[in-house]
Design a protein around this ligand. Structure first.
Ligand SMILES: Cc1cc2nc3c(=O)[nH]c(=O)nc-3n(C[C@H](O)[C@H](O)[C@H](O)COP(=O)(O)OP(=O)(O)OC[C@H]3O[C@@H](n4cnc5c(N)ncnc54)[C@H](O)[C@@H]3O)c2cc1C
Length: 324
């Protein structure tokens, strides 16, 4: 591990100014950052501890909920309002990592956790995400845990978060205080960038930008499911996951919002998929047509070919359950 300065910030403004203009990283739960620093995949000059900024509240916000950036994954999953009105979020959180990790991991850190691509973690192999312009070892390499949607010729790394998949299906916005003190709010689709030819830039955040929280609007569907397929029953990242938020009216799908994990370079949602389902009566033919829309855009790489039929089966099972 390389030497670095450690600063414990007392308020958001102090955190932003400590991080601005240098190769700094915010330390929240530390469950991802510290591993990456030990492996020298990330080597910040300054680590700004944001765990004591008082950003851990989960508060009613009119018809929605505002979740502070340092609210832990455990507290969020256990919150009775979340369990009652946004159960897909609670289930996605509980499907991730382990109890010990969730006690430390935070909302902001979970959104920004880095990919689990093995080449990103192995500093002996080229990786455009770690060192821009170096090349991508995954393309033509071992690809069992890689993305099949949103990839580029420069990167096929998967976004690993379960929580972020549920947040996408729930139309969450991410709240940010920029390094200059201005407040911004992003839809999740705008917050995450596709890899393109700059895979090292994963979000719209600039140096010193601090996530202060996320806002959950009122749920648009009462039928909520998170289904995760993985190699082990716990403590494993998704091979394929689906977050579904559905509302039925008079036997038809009045609202459909589905987001996908294990498939995309960012938590994935396809507006054409949701549109195709909306207003229709549920049927096997409709679900297959929707899967064609989503997976017709997929590009697999050999080791991850299995994800296409697996995603189709998981999707069908989730939609059948959610629309019964
Ligand atoms: C063994 C293991 C298994 C796991 N399994 C799963 C799983 O199945 N599903 C899953 O979704 N996750 C899984 N995880 C990942 C885990 O969820 C993340 O490590 C965790 O959510 C990161 O949160 P943190 O608060 O610890 O982030 P940190 O490690 O503190 O930070 C992560 C990144 O976010 C930045 N950051 C943190 N907070 C802010 C903020 N407020 N503003 C700006 N930048 C910020 C940091 O600078 C850093 O770059 C697993 C992790 C481990 C170690």
């Amino acid at each position: 591990m390389r030497p670095f300065d450690y600063i414990r910030a007392e308020d958001p403004a102090a955190a932003r100014s400590a991080a601005a203009g240098s190769n700094a990283a915010f330390l929240s739960g530390g469950t991802n950052l510290l591993d990456l620093m030990k492996l020298e995949v990330m080597a910040p000059d300054t680590v700004v501890d944001i765990s004591r900024l008082g950003l851990d509240a989960i508060e009613d916000d009119g018809d929605g909920l505002r979740i502070g950036a340092t609210a832990t994954n455990s507290d969020l999953a256990a919150d009775m309002r979340v369990r009652k009105h946004w159960p897909v979020l609670s289930r996605a959180l509980l499907a991730g990592a382990s109890g010990q990790l969730r006690n430390k991991a935070t909302t902001g850190g979970n959104l920004l956790q880095r990919t689990r691509c093995p080449y990103f973690y192995d500093t002996d192999t080229p990786c455009n995400k770690r060192t821009p312009g170096e090349g991508c070892s995954a393309i033509g390499g071992e690809t069992r845990n890689h993305a099949i949607l949103g990839t580029s010729d420069h990167c096929i790394a998967l976004h690993p978060s379960d929580m972020a998949v549920a947040l996408r299906a729930l139309d969450t916005t991410v709240e940010v205080e920029a390094a200059d003190g201005t407040s911004k709010s992003y839809e999740m689709d705008d917050f995450y960038r596709l890899p393109g030819d700059t895979p090292h830039r994963e979000t719209v955040l600039e140096a010193g930008d601090l996530i202060t929280g996320v806002r959950l609007p009122a749920p648009k569907g009462d039928r909520q499911i998170y289904r995760k397929v993985r190699d082990r029953a716990s403590y494993a990242f998704a091979l394929v996951s689906v977050a579904a938020v559905i509302r039925m009216e008079n036997g038809r799908i009045a609202h459909a919002a589905l987001a996908f994990g294990g498939l995309g370079t960012k938590p994935w949602r396809d507006p054409d998929f949701d549109t195709l389902l909306t207003g229709e009566a549920p049927s096997r033919a409709l679900f297959d047509e929707a899967a064609d829309v989503l997976l017709g855009r997929a590009v697999s790489h050999g080791g991850d070919d299995f994800k296409i039929p697996m995603a189709r089966r998981v999707l069908r099972a989730v939609l059948e359950e959610a629309t019964q």
